[in-house]
Design a protein around this ligand. Structure first.
Ligand code: R5P
Length: 298
């Protein structure tokens, strides 16, 4: 087995190769003056079992194209098997036609990965389980929610409770998994999103959080509004401290400010995407999965 690091995940690929004690493949990558991506294997990969590591963090389209070129090259040059680790699987929020005429973006990604030769896909905390059903090849949805919850245990939590900021199935499963990992309670809020304006409304409800430390567990922070709405409700109901633990901290625009101004004590994320709050690494999670210890929440 050998690891191939894509441009968005070079550090992560290095960590995975160290944990698994398998070599990184030598590659050469550059951008042509007009912006096109150039990729080359600097060693023979014919007959090898490869793991390509490439996050689809922003700029998603750029990183997707890089992945497609790498995958095609690996297949074309005779790799025996190609497993792709995409810690942040972008386009997973467009998993169905919410409005008539919309593109099924998640299906496009699935079809391209398969057509270009991926034998299996590993990802972390995919946004929606419907995405997994779009693949004909094996797809493993690992979770970082347990490791993130364990990170917060180091903060000396008082009577912790895990909160899912919306009550979609996956959000509740993640919260449940995180709660079980640290032997805590969990609860879920209800969130509604306007499909045209993107506006998010979180409905308040009575929760048993007074005097307790609450950890909001979610898959993605993009604008930060989901986490901030939940944090405000928790603070209003007397939570002692509110933490935000998120697998993919995209933190677009003012997200960080919006979250911190809602009363959040600390944000923690993973290295699935580049961000300054990557306090948990997804490298050991993938390594364990490759060794057969799959931490899936489905
Ligand atoms: C959506 O339902 C996800 O689980 C996240 O809650 C959402 O993507 C976060 O987005 P934002 O940070 O823009 O509220």
């Amino acid at each position: 087995m050998k690891i191939v690091g894509g441009p968005s995940s070079l550090d992560l690929a290095r960590k995975i190769s160290e944990i698994l004690k398998v070599p990184l493949v030598n590659t050469r990558m550059k951008r042509f003056p007009d912006g096109e991506f150039y990729f080359k294997f600097e060693e023979n990969i014919s007959g090898e079992h490869l793991i390509i590591v490439q996050s689809l963090e922003p700029m998603q389209d750029v990183h997707a194209m890089e992945l497609f070129l790498m995958l095609h090259t690996a297949r074309d040059l005779g790799a025996e098997t190609i497993r792709v680790f995409i810690p942040y699987l972008a386009y997973s929020r467009q998993d169905r036609r919410y409005l008539e005429g919309e593109c099924l973006s998640s299906a496009v990604i699935a079809e391209l990965l398969e057509d270009l030769g991926a034998d299996a896909v590993y990802t972390i905390d995919v946004h929606n389980e419907r995405v997994l059903g779009m693949y004909k090849i094996p797809v493993y949805n690992l979770t970082a929610s347990g490791e993130i919850a364990k990170y917060f245990v180091g903060k000396g939590l008082r009577d912790p409770i895990i909160i899912a900021p919306d009550n979609e199935d996956m959000a509740k499963k993640r919260a449940q998994y995180a709660a079980k990992s640290i032997n805590a309670d969990w609860d879920a809020l209800e969130k509604r999103r306007d499909r045209y304006t993107g506006e998010i409304i979180t409905l308040s409800k009575e929760m048993n959080v007074y005097g307790r430390d609450a950890i909001i567990i979610d898959d993605i922070v993009s604008t930060g509004r989901t986490a901030a709405n939940a944090a405000k409700i928790l603070k209003e109901q007397g939570a002692r401290r509110v933490f935000v633990g998120v697998s993919h901290l995209l933190l677009m625009g003012d997200a960080e400010k919006i979250i911190m101004e809602s009363g959040v004590e600390e944000i923690a994320g993973t290295d699935s995407v580049t961000n300054k709050y990557a306090k948990v690494s997804v490298a050991p999670i993938l390594a364990r999965a490759l060794m057969g210890e799959i931490e899936q929440i489905l």
